[in-house]
Design a protein around this ligand. Structure first.
Ligand code: PEP
Ligand code: MG
Length: 324
C-alpha cells in the first residue's frame, strides 16, 4: 500500500465524477515545507508564523522574518502560501512575551494581541510583503477574528504597511487577505466579513472548542471534544454557503481536514481546499479518489439530519468500511 500511496503524490485529488479539491499542507518550520512537498501538497493553507517566534529568544526582526518567509514562499512558488499573522496566547506562549491570565482561551490571543501591538503586526506584515516581492504567491490570514471591527483594523494596518513599502521603493503586490473562522461570532458574521476580505479559512480546532465549550487540550473533557458534533457540522456548512454565495473561496485548516471521514463531509459541503498536516495528505487523497461527489453529498445530507454525534460516527465508519 505504501507504493500505491507514493504513486498518488503526483495525481490530483479528484473524485470519480471529476470534482477537484485542492489539498494543502499546514507548515511552521522550513522542514515542514520540504515534507509537505514530498507528500504532494499543492500549496500551504496555513503557515503558523508563531512557530518561528516560539523557537526564537526574542521577537525576530523585520529582516529575520522576511528571510524566513521568503524561504517558505520560494519553496512553494508558484503555489499559494497562506501565512497567518502571529497567533500567540491560549496554548501558544512566547517566553519573552508572557501573558498571565486565568482563562487564556477566552483572553488575549491571536489578532487581539497584535491589534493592541500594531508595531509587532506592522513589522510582520512588512516582512511578509517584502518576502513576496517578485513571487506574488503570498496570502495573508488573520487569526481569531471575532467581528468586522477587528478585520477593519487589521486591513487598515496591512494597507499602511503596503503603502510604506511603496514609498520606500518596494513595488510589492497587495496579497489576498483572508479571515480565520474559529470564533462562533465569526460564523454568524461570515457574510459581513466576506464583504471585506478575499477568502475564509476555518480553524476547526478552535471553532470546535468554542462551539462546544470544551477545552481542546483538557483530557478530562476530551470525549466531549468532537468536530463531528452536529452543531459544528451545521456551522461549517453555513460558512461554506456564505462564502460561495459571494463567489469567494473557502478552505479549512484544522485537524479535522486530515481525518478521512471528516474530509469526505467537508468535500461534500463544498470546501475548495483542505489543509492538513502533510502526513495525512496521502490517505485523504486516496479516499477522495475512491468516491463520487454525488455519493459523498448523499452521505452528507443523511448526516446533516442526525442530532447525535455517536450516530454520525457510526454512519461514517460504516461508509468508510464500504470504501475499503
Ligand atoms: C485551528 O484553530 O483550527 C487552527 C488551525 O489554528 P491553531 O490550531 O493553530 O489554533
Ligand atoms: Mg486556532
Amino acid at each position: 500500500i505504501s507504493k500505491e500511496l507514493d504513486n498518488l503524490r503526483t495525481l490530483p485529488c479528484e473524485t470519480l465524477d471529476g470534482h477537484r479539491v485542492a489539498l494543502w499542507a499546514n507548515t511552521g518550520l522550513l522542514a515542514d515545507a520540504a515534507r509537505a512537498q514530498a507528500f504532494g501538497a499543492e500549496g500551504v493553507g496555513l503557515y503558523r508564523s508563531e512557530v518561528a517566534f516560539m523557537s526564537s529568544a526574542r521577537l525576530p526582526s523585520e529582516s529575520e522574518q522576511a528571510n524566513m518567509y521568503r524561504e517558505q514562499l520560494e519553496a512553494f512558488h508558484p503555489s499559494p502560501v497562506t501565512m497567518r499573522t502571529l497567533d500567540i496566547g491560549g496554548d501558544k506562549p512566547l517566553s519573552y512575551f508572557p501573558i498571565k491570565e486565568s482563562n487564556p482561551y477566552l483572553g488575549w490571543r491571536g489578532i487581539r494581541v497584535t491589534l493592541d501591538h500594531p508595531e509587532i503586526f506592522l513589522v510582520q506584515v512588512r516582512a511578509m510583503l517584502k518576502a513576496s516581492l517578485g513571487l506574488n504567491n503570498l496570502r495573508i490570514l488573520l487569526p481569531m477574528i471575532s467581528g468586522v471591527h477587528e478585520l477593519d483594523d487589521a486591513l487598515y494596518l496591512i494597507h499602511r504597511a503596503w503603502g510604506e513599502l511603496h514609498e520606500e521603493g518596494f513595488a510589492v503586490e497587495m496579497p489576498q487577505v483572508g479571515v480565520m473562522i474559529e470564533v462562533p461570532s465569526a460564523v454568524y458574521q461570515a457574510k459581513e466579513l466576506l464583504e471585506m476580505c478575499d477568502f475564509l479559512s476555518v480553524g476547526s480546532n478552535d471553532l470546535t472548542q468554542y462551539i462546544l465549550a470544551v477545552d481542546r487540550n483538557n483530557a478530562r473533557v476530551a470525549a466531549l471534544y468532537d468536530y463531528l458534533h452536529p452543531a459544528v457540522l451545521m456551522a461549517l456548512k453555513s460558512v461554506v454557503e456564505a462564502a460561495h454565495l459571494q463567489g469567494k473561496e473557502i478552505s479549512i485548516c484544522g485537524e479535522m481536514a486530515g481525518d478521512p471521514a471528516a474530509a469526505l463531509l467537508l468535500m461534500a459541503m463544498g470546501f475548495d481546499s483542505l489543509s492538513m498536516n502533510a502526513t495525512h495528505l496521502p490517505k485523504v487523497k486516496w479516499l477522495l479518489r475512491q468516491i463520487r461527489l454525488s455519493h459523498a453529498q448523499a452521505l452528507l445530507s443523511d448526516v446533516m439530519r442526525m442530532d447525535n454525534p455517536l450516530i454520525v460516527h457510526s454512519t461514517l465508519s460504516l461508509a468508510l468500511k464500504s470504501l475499503g
